[in-house]
Design a protein around this ligand. Structure first.
Ligand code: P6P
Length: 333
């Protein structure tokens, strides 16, 4: 049973028996994420003060300008996870291919792989809008002690053993699940400790907020256009409110607390939408389902999609159960 104001460390120890694998391994995994989150938080919070803003001059595999903080966050999470004798492979939005860890040490027994979006929404950094880190954790499926393969990373989202995000907002929070509900921890920056501030987080079953980039309206599938008109119609508890931050973690977090739906659909400009299945949609879908909510591509449960590529994109409908079901109704017509 979670007690408010427990520290993250106390919470992990008290709940590690719930982790269906070795308790020590979960602690090491979450502690690595916790440390990296504190380091990135420090950099994000001072971004405006030092010359770390602005594109690093490079572009990532997505062809997006890499902000220097993207590069730094990516390095910090990879460094921290690599130092723990627990992870055998990492995939990141910022890395073209997956990284095999300790592959030269045939004695290593590392069983976990981590997929991360080290700094999602990074285009918001220059305008001081909240950004986030998203992580997804699996057990490897290839034999322990051998180098990881692509097969270890292309597992369906239902195989995740843990997932979560860090939101660098008005306060910094770590929100994660190991399959036993969702818990939110707020960082006290003065002492560098995360405290359990939001135990057992759940989406309201319905809501009045929809999050989508309506600038692309003309390019949306007809079902999305019809759903948006439904949201805007004066009828019953509608019209709903449109809230779109341009940062998935922030929109998701607000919708989980207040109720709402986030949609990034396919369009005539992006045949599979923009969000990446492995390190954005799957972890957020695992959190959503653990928080009494739903996530699909408009038709199929996100967690049941069989991945084919490391950086593949899928359309994403995620949030309060009844809102996602209504949107799916319009998509099916
Ligand atoms: P657009 C950020 O790049 C991101 O991946 C999500 O965090 C965000 O919701 C979305 O893309 C914003 O994309 O095309 O609306 O600017």
């Amino acid at each position: 049973m979670s007690k408010k104001n427990q520290t993250l460390g106390e919470f992990i120890i008290e709940n590690q028996t719930e982790f269906k694998y070795s308790s020590g391994e979960l602690s090491k995994l979450i502690n690595a994420i916790r440390l990296a989150a504190k380091v990135v938080n420090h950099e994000v919070n001072k971004a405006g003060l030092v010359d770390i803003i602005g594109a690093a001059g490079d572009t990532n595999v997505q062809g997006e300008d890499q902000q220097k903080l993207d590069v730094l966050a990516n390095e910090k999470f990879i460094q921290t996870l690599t130092k723990r004798e627990i992870v055998c492979g990492i995939a990141s939005e910022e890395e073209d291919d997956f990284i095999s860890i300790n592959s030269q040490d045939e004695n290593h027994q590392n069983k976990y792989i981590v997929l991360i979006d080290p700094l999602d929404g990074s285009s918001n950094i220059d305008v001081n809008v909240s950004v986030g880190t998203i992580f997804s954790i699996y057990r490897r499926v290839t034999p322990v002690g051998t180098p990881v393969t692509l097969q270890d990373f292309l597992q369906p989202g239902r195989n995740q053993v843990a997932a979560g995000y860090v939101i660098y907002g008005t306060s910094t929070m770590l929100v994660y699940t190991t399959g036993h509900g969702v818990n939110g921890f707020t960082l006290n920056p003065a002492i560098g400790t995360f405290y359990l501030s939001h135990p057992n987080m759940e989406f309201p079953e319905t809501g009045k907020i929809y999050s989508i980039n309506e600038g692309n309206y003309n390019h949306f599938p007809q079902g999305v256009k019809d759903y948006l008109k439904y949201c805007q119609k004066e009828e019953g508890d509608r019209p709903y409110t449109s809230r779109y931050i341009g940062s998935l973690v922030s929109d998701f977090h607000r919708n989980m607390i207040k109720g709402g739906i986030y949609i990034y659909p396919k369009s005539s400009m992006a045949s599979n939408g923009k969000l990446r299945l492995l390190y954005e949609c799957n972890p957020m879908a695992f959190l959503a389902e653990q928080a009494n909510a739903k996530a699909s591509d408009g038709f199929t449960r996100i967690l049941d999609i069989e991945p084919t590529e490391l950086h593949q994109r899928v359309p994403f409908f995620c949030g309060s159960r009844k809102m996602v079901e209504k949107a799916e109704e319009f998509m099916s017509k």
